[in-house]
Design a protein around this ligand. Structure first.
Ligand code: COA
Length: 257
């Protein structure tokens, strides 16, 4: 159980709110479990027709909790809370929408690649700093990102790990609309309510067809990424990156081969 993920159902829309402001909504194992539980509930509950992921007006999520990262991932990737959450998200049958403001780091960006629609504030800063942290892409991003935006632009975002804005994300086709941060959530809720009022089986069929070009490769890619990611978490490069973050200094990778 965690109080850092709040869920609420209104008009057949399940809102899943990441709520850990003192740690910039960084995600712990317990929080991934709660996010996965919410997706399972949405799948099995006929009264839920759409899922909305959101954070606050200031922050979506700073990604994985770096202290949890440092303690590593044990067991098969599919059995880990993050692996279970990502796989449930990838195979969700009902529409998933995200309302994003402020930092959307790491999985905070890669989870959006699985969403059907994304609304994002002018204050959003997307980032996938996996390589900069000594890690590798996760959540299917090494397949989905080049498929959506092209290989060279995916390489730039995944290898350099720079932040990018909502305007950049809109230009790349990664989000639907750039919003005033005060309006992002309400804009997304209105769209969720429209989705919930559509014929549900037709919406599920449309989602399935939209996912089909990457469907066969996605699960295998996510598993391969997950295995490599677990190995990279134990690497000296990752130890240097996490240590530098905790000590509030720049990492030094100059001595690594
Ligand atoms: N894991 C654990 N703690 C985190 C965190 C994370 N991913 N992100 C932020 N925090 C903590 C900070 O350590 C800080 O704690 P402190 O108050 O005890 O010093 C607190 O949350 C506030 O963060 P801060 O860095 O001061 O906020 P900011 O507004 O200046 O910057 C971010 C926000 C998200 C840009 C910055 O915190 C960041 O880069 N976080 C790391 C993101 C990351 O690498 N995630 C993993 C991706 S794979």
């Amino acid at each position: 159980m965690t109080d850092f993920v709040l869920t609420e159902t209104n008009n057949q829309v399940l809102t899943v709110r990441i709520n850990r402001p003192e740690r910039k909504n960084a995600l712990t194992h317990a929080m991934y479990t709660a996010l996965g539980d919410a997706l399972e509930k949405a799948d099995s509950d006929a009264d839920i027709r759409c899922v909305l992921f959101t954070g606050s007006e200031e922050c979506f999520t700073a990604g994985n909790d770096l202290s949890d990262f440092a303690s590593g991932l044990t067991g098969a990737f599919t059995e880990t809370p993050v692996g279970r959450f990502l796989l449930l998200l990838a195979k969700a049958r009902k529409p998933v929408v995200a309302a994003v403001n402020g930092p959307a780091v790491g999985i905070g960006t890669t989870m959006l690649l699985h969403c059907d629609m994304v609304f994002s504030g002018t204050n959003t800063r997307f980032q996938m700093p996996f390589a900069s942290l000594g890690l590798c892409p996760e959540g299917g991003s090494s397949l989905l990102l080049p498929t959506w935006i092209g290989r060279v632009r995916a390489a730039e975002l995944l290898m350099l790990g720079d932040t990018f804005s909502s305007e950049d994300a809109y230009r790349l086709g990664l989000i639907n609309r750039v919003c005033d941060p005060a309006d992002t959530e309400q804009t997304a809720i209105q769209v969720c309510q429209r989705l919930a009022s559509q014929p549900p089986a037709a919406i599920r069929a449309t989602k399935k067809l939209l996912s089909s070009p990457t469907h066969d490769e996605l699960a295998a890619t996510m598993l391969a990424e997950g295995e490599l990611f677990s190995e990279r978490l134990k690497s000296p490069e990752a130890a240097e990156a996490f240590g530098a973050f905790m000590q509030k200094r720049k990492p030094d990778f100059s001595s690594f081969k």
